[in-house]
Design a protein around this ligand. Structure first.
Ligand code: ADP
Ligand code: MG
Length: 674
C-alpha cells in the first residue's frame, strides 16, 4: 500500500518523535500532516529493542517495538529451551549522549546492565557468554545504536506507507537536551541510514502542530510576540516548557521560537501511576486475606515479587495500565489479579474519584514544576500578570495527559482551556513533520498542504461576517481579531462562527455559537474582546474569545469542513462571486449602521450635557447633522438598499469632523471637574 504522492525528486522529509517510551513518524505533504502507521494500523512504536544471543554471546536476532516489549512481559518457552537469552533494552533515551557519571542516577531504574565505555560513555550490556568474566565475553552496544534500531523501524514504516525511499528526517528532542545529547541523536539517525536535517525541541514541535506562530498568519495580523506553555506528561518523564514565539518579519524569513524556561522530572510519568496502582492493589489484596493459610499465599506472592518474578510483576503492570486507560473513558474499572501459577482470585473495583485521589500527589508535583518554569521564564522576560493574560496557549502533549484529572488541574492552574484537539501521542511527530515540510519548501507552495476550503469568520453586529481565515489558507494556521461591545454595560457577547464566502451571516453556514460571559459592565466600545481562530494540523478549529480587561475567556472546538463535498464548495464559491458586489455594499452599510449608531449615542449624550457652553450656531449645526445621520441609520435599518452607502459614509464622516469642537469642550470640562 502506498500513498504514492510524495515522489518528489528530492524525496520526502519525515518528522520523528523519538520518545523515551514510544516513538512515531509523520509526514506533511499534499494530503496534509498525518502520522504513518504500521501494517496493523498502529502509529506508536514502543522505544524498545530486544537483543537475542546464544551461549557465545553472539547476537542472533534483534527485535524492535511491540514484539520486543511484549516479550519483555512474557517469557518465551521456546527461547528458554534453545538456550537463547534475551536482553530487552528500553528507555535508552535516558542514556543517549550522556557520560556514565551523568547517567548514574538513571541506571538503577533501567532493567538491564549499563557499563562504562570509552571516554566514560554509557554502554548497554546486551549479551554475556557462559561462565566467563573475560571482558570480550560481554557484548555491549551504545545508546546511539539502540536508538538507531528504533529509527530503522520508523524509516521502514514510512517507506512502506509512502512507497518511496526515505532518507531525510527531522527528529525532536526534549528542550533540556544539551549539545552532546543532540549530537548523539544525530548519530543515531546516521546509523539508521538517515540524514537528520534538523533537530527540533519537542515543545516547539507541539506549538507547530497547533499552527502557533507560523509566519503566514503573522502577515495577516499585527506582528505579535506570543507566549505558550507546553505541558508534556509521558511514560517516564514530565517536561514543561515556556516558549516565546516571534513571528517572521521581512528580514527574518522564519518565525523565531525560543524556549524561555524548561522544568521537569526525568522520573515522573505514567510508569509511576502504574506502580502506584499496583502497590495499592497489593495492599488491598493482602488486607483482604486475613486468614492464616492465605497469609501464606500472600507472603508467597510478595516473595515472588521480591524475588523478581518478572512475569507476575509484568502482568500486574499491564493490568494497572489497562485500568488506568479505562478510567480515562469511564467512571469505574476493575483491577483483576493476573492469572499466573500464583492463580489467586482477587479483584479491586475502583472509581475515577478514587483513582484521582491516588494520583493527586503526582499531578501536584507537575504543577509545582510549572510554577518554577514560570518563575524562570519571568526572569527571562515573560510578562508579569495573571497567567491567562500572559499566555496565549497551553498545549497538552504526552499520553499521560489523557487522564481527566490532569486536564482539570492544568486548566485550573493556568486559568486557560488547554489545547487538546490533537491526539497527545501524535502532536510532537506532527509538528516535526510540519517543520520538515517547511524545510523542504512544501508549505510555501500554494496547493500542497491541506487547505481550508471555505472562509471562516465571526458574525458582527448587524449580521455581517468578519472573516478571520480566508479560503485556501493552508493548515495549520491561526488568526486573531479584536472586537468590542455595541451596547453600554453589556456583560455577555454571543459569538457565532460562520463558514462561507458571502458577506452576510444569513448567506453563510453557521458552524457554532457560544457565549463569552462575565464581562464587567463598561461603556460600549471599551471592552477588548480578542477572538482567536486556530486550525490545527488535523483541521480542527479551536475558537477562543478573551476579554483583555477582565481576563474572561470562552472557547470551543469545531470540525469545520465536515459534510461538504468539493461540488458544494464550488457552488458556494460561484454563488459568492455572483453576489460579491451586492454583498460588499450590504456589509458596508451594516458596518456603517453600527458605527454611526455609536457616534450618535456618544455625540448626543455630550451635546445634551454641554450645549450651554457651545456657540448657538455650532450647536444647531450639530443637531441638524445628527438628525440627518439618525434618519439614514433608521432608513438603513429597515432596508439596507434604501440608502446610498457613499452618502451614508459622508454623513457619518461629516458629523465626526464637526464633533471635534464638542469633544474638546467635553475634555476640558472633565479635566476641570477633577
Ligand atoms: P514518551 O513521551 O515518554 O515516549 P508517551 O507520550 O508515549 O511517552 O506516553 C506514554 C504514557 O502515556 C504511558 O505511561 C501510557 O500508559 C500513558 N497513556 C496513554 N494513554 C493513556 C490513557 N488513556 N490514560 C492514561 N494514561 C495513558
Ligand atoms: Mg514524548
Amino acid at each position: 500500500m502506498s500513498d504514492g504522492r510524495s515522489e518528489a525528486k528530492a524525496g520526502p522529509i519525515v518528522g520523528i518523535d523519538l520518545g523515551t517510551t514510544n516513538s512515531l513518524v509523520a509526514i506533511c505533504d499534499a494530503s496534509g500532516p498525518r502520522v504513518l502507521r504500521d501494517d496493523d494500523g498502529r502509529a506508536l512504536v514502543p522505544s524498545v529493542v530486544r537483543y537475542d544471543s546464544d551461549r557465545t554471546s553472539k547476537i542472533v536476532a534483534t527485535v524492535v517495538g511491540r514484539e520486543a516489549s511484549e516479550r519483555a512481559e512474557q517469557e518465551d518457552d521456546d527461547y528458554a529451551r534453545e538456550d537463547v537469552r534475551s536482553v530487552v533494552v528500553s528507555s535508552v533515551k535516558r542514556l543517549i549522549g550522556r557520560s556514565l557519571a551523568d547517567a548514574r542516577a538513571d541506571v538503577p531504574y533501567l532493567p538491564y546492565r549499563v557499563v562504562a565505555g570509552d571516554r566514560d560513555t554509557a554502554r548497554v550490556v546486551v549479551a554475556m557468554s557462559d561462565g566467563s568474566n573475560a571482558s570480550e565475553a560481554i557484548r555491549t552496544v551504545s545508546p546511539e545504536e539502540v536508538s538507531a534500531k528504533v529509527l530503522e523501524r520508523l524509516k521502514a514504516i514510512a517507506e512502506s506507507r509512502l512507497g518511496v525511499e526515505v532518507r531525510k528526517v527531522v527528529i525532536t528532542v526534549p528542550a533540556h537536551f544539551d549539545d552532546a545529547q543532540r549530537q548523539a541523536t544525530r548519530t543515531a539517525g546516521r546509523l539508521a541510514g538517515l540524514e537528520v536535517v534538523r533537530i527540533v525541541p519537542e515543545p516547539t514541535a507541539a506549538a507547530l502542530a497547533y499552527g502557533i506562530g507560523l509566519s503566514r498568519d503573522a502577515a495577516r495580523n499585527q506582528r505579535e510576540v506570543s507566549h505558550v506553555a507546553v505541558y508534556d506528561f509521558g511514560g517516564g518523564t514530565f517536561d514543561v516548557s515556556i516558549l516565546r514565539l516571534t513571528p517572521a518579519d521581512s528580514q527574518t524569513a522564519t518565525d523565531f521560537y525560543q524556549v524561555l524556561a524548561t522544568n521537569g522530572d526525568t522520573h515522573l510519568g505514567g510508569d509511576d501511576v502504574d506502580q502506584l496502582l499496583v502497590r495499592e492493589f497489593m495492599e488491598r489484596w493482602i488486607a483482604s486475606h486475613a486468614l492464616p493459610d492465605e497469609v501464606a499465599a500472600a507472603s508467597r506472592l510478595e516473595n515472588r515479587i521480591a524475588e523478581g518474578d518478572a512475569e507476575l510483576v509484568a502482568g500486574l503492570m499491564r493490568e494497572a495500565r489497562r485500568v488506568k486507560h479505562a478510567l480515562a473513558e469511564q467512571e469505574v474499572a476493575t483491577f483483576e489479579m493476573p492469572k499466573g501459577d500464583a492463580a489467586v482470585e482477587f479483584s479491586w473495583t475502583l472509581t475515577r474519584g478514587e483513582f484521582d485521589a491516588l494520583i493527586e500527589p503526582i499531578v501536584l508535583k507537575t504543577l509545582a514544576m510549572c510554577e518554577q518554569a514560570l518563575r524562570d521564564a519571568r526572569a527571562k522576560g515573560l510578562p508579569e500578570g495573571a497567567l491567562h493574560e500572559v499566555l496565549d496557549a497551553v498545549i497538552l502533549v504526552g499520553g499521560s495527559t489523557r487522564m481527566p484529572m490532569v486536564r482539570e488541574r492544568v486548566r485550573a492552574f493556568f486559568g486557560v482551556e488547554p489545547y487538546t484537539a490533537i491526539d497527545p501521542d501524535e502532536a510532537i511527530a506532527l509538528g516535526a513533520s510540519v517543520q520538515a515540510s517547511i524545510l523542504s519548501g512544501t508549505t510555501k507552495g500554494s496547493l500542497l498542504l491541506d487547505v481550508i476550503p471555505l472562509s471562516l469568520g465571526i458574525e458582527t453586529v448587524g449580521g455581517a461576517v468578519a472573516k478571520l481565515i480566508v479560503r485556501n489558507t493552508a493548515v495549520p494556521t491561526r488568526a486573531t481579531e479584536m472586537f468590542s461591545t455595541s451596547v453600554d454595560n453589556q456583560t455577555a457577547i454571543k459569538l457565532s462562527v460562520y463558514q462561507g464566502e458571502r458577506e452576510m451571516a444569513s448567506d453563510c453556514r453557521r458552524l457554532a455559537q457560544f457565549e463569552l460571559r462575565g464581562i464587567p459592565p463598561m461603556p460600549a466600545g471599551l471592552p477588548q474582546v480578542q477572538v482567536q481562530f486556530l486550525i490545527d494540523a488535523n483541521g480542527v478549529l479551536n475558537v477562543s474569545a478573551h476579554e483583555r480587561r477582565s481576563g474572561k475567556r470562552a472557547q470551543m472546538q469545531i470540525i469545520p469542513n465536515h459534510g461538504l463535498t468539493p461540488d458544494e464548495v464550488n457552488a458556494i464559491e460561484r454563488d459568492s462571486l455572483i453576489h460579491a458586489r451586492e454583498d460588499m455594499t450590504r456589509h458596508r452599510v451594516v458596518d456603517l449602521i453600527t458605527n454611526a449608531s455609536l457616534d450618535l449615542k456618544w455625540i448626543g449624550e455630550r451635546l445634551a450635557k454641554f450645549e450651554a457652553l457651545l456657540e448657538p450656531a455650532y450647536a444647531s449645526d450639530l443637531k441638524q447633522q445628527i438628525a440627518q445621520l439618525a434618519d439614514l441609520v433608521a432608513k438603513a435599518r429597515t432596508d439596507w438598499r434604501s440608502v446610498d452607502a457613499n452618502v451614508f459614509q459622508r454623513a457619518k464622516e461629516t458629523l465626526d469632523r464637526s464633533s471635534i469642537r464638542l469633544q474638546e469642550v467635553s475634555i476640558t470640562q472633565s479635566l476641570k471637574s477633577q
